[in-house]
Design a protein around this ligand. Structure first.
Ligand code: F6P
Length: 357
């Protein structure tokens, strides 16, 4: 008999259900009897013992379903060692619930924060296998995360739809794409949508260079310009500030987000009409694209295989077109970022895309 617990933690994304289905189907198709306990709302379920037993029926018909059948929540890693409001030791509570159910392994689906806690649980002696989810594709140790390609599709659709109205009105349009720390989503959606300017956290921008790029287009006869701007895009001046100074600046910040500040600056410096569109959480919603369905199913299936072999302590990832197992300690606490000198950035620049640098 194999007993596993499953949970989805952090911001949701497409194909979480497909991945869990992949794990479950592989286990149910194995020779051993399997019990799967689904913890509700991420680590909260494991801490407070909120779970339900999952059968084959729970995994049926969920391949194409967005969100997560288990629910999710954000539980900051830095607070994991702090007692909760009632004095409960969260780490000990998770260990107790794991042992009470006599689990052989926890399957944890999540992004960066989730992996730090997963590694902590490994260090505390629990058997853990993780799967890399996030629309940001910023997880160390894997070339791809599931959710990313689906989000690229949605952000690209947003840019595509803006194109026609931008052209009709001869306006500058900013489409704000998700990603506070990392710009893979903006870079890919921006290139796929034919954005003229792409601003990402890894390449701080100079607003005068951005305005120059817009004016050059205008002088060449283009009636409109489209900017794909990451939530975490940062100006060269702000990038020079210390963490403390930047935090202070944000305290008195009056714009809803960086895109509105950029829009204001462009309007003032160029005299052009500027509009901002924020697709926001729609980028995490809806049905997973076919790539993510296949990818998440493959990762899930490989996770199931590791469990059947009793190999624990790994994230199942994707490197150089191969499914790989990466030790959790190599993943936890590291961020994968866009390399400003990578070929994709160089190619984008050769296409005439401005990064405002
Ligand atoms: O981590 C995924 C992500 O969607 C980021 O792209 C975004 O910045 C953040 O989560 C939004 O978080 P929340 O859903 O908590 O507002």
């Amino acid at each position: 008999m194999i007993r596993i617990g499953m949970l989805t933690s952090g911001g949701d994304c497409q194909a979480l259900n497909a991945a869990m289905r992949g794990v479950a189907k592989t286990l149910f198709n194995g020779k051993e009897q399997v019990e799967i306990y689904g913890f509700l709302d991420g680590y909260k379920g494991l801490i407070y013992g909120k779970f339900r037993m999952l059968t084959g029926f729970d995994f049926s018909g969920i391949l194409t379903k967005g969100g997560t059948i288990l629910g999710s929540s954000r539980m900051p890693f830095k607070l994991m060692r702090d007692p909760d409001e009632n004095g409960l030791n969260k780490v000990e509570a998770m260990k107790q619930n794991y042992h009470k159910l006599q689990l052989d392994c926890l399957v944890i689906l999540g992004g960066n924060g989730t992996h730090k806690t997963a590694n902590l649980l490994k260090e505390e002696g629990l058997n853990v296998i993780t799967l890399p989810k996030t629309i940001d594709n910023d997880l160390w140790g894997t070339d791809m995360t599931f959710g990313f390609q689906s989000a690229v599709n949605i952000a690209t659709d947003a840019i595509d739809n803006i194109h026609t109205t931008a052209a009709s009105h001869g306006r500058v349009f900013i489409v704000e794409v998700m990603g506070h720390k990392v710009g893979f989503l903006t870079l890919n959606a921006g290139m796929a949508g034919g954005a003229d300017v792409i601003l990402i956290p890894e390449i701080p921008y100079d607003i005068n260079k951005v305005v120059e790029a817009i004016k050059e287009r205008h002088d060449r006869g283009s009636r409109f310009t489209i900017l794909a701007v990451a939530e975490g895009a940062i100006s060269k001046e702000d990038a020079k500030l210390s963490k403390k100074e930047y935090k202070k600046k944000l305290e008195s910040y009056t714009y809803p987000s960086v895109s509105y500040e950029i829009a204001d600056q462009i309007a003032k410096k160029s005299g052009m009409e500027v509009r901002v569109t924020v697709p926001g959480h729609t980028q995490r919603g809806g049905t997973p694209c076919p790539y993510d369905r296949v990818f998440a199913s493959r990762l899930g299936s490989e996770a199931g295989k590791l469990i059947l072999k009793g190999e624990y302590g790994f994230m199942v990832g994707y490197k150089n077109r191969e499914i790989v197992k990466v030790p959790l300690e190599e993943v936890a606490g590291k961020l994968k970022m866009v390399d400003p000198n990578s070929s994709i950035v160089k190619e984008a620049k050769m296409l005439g895309i401005s990064f405002g640098d």
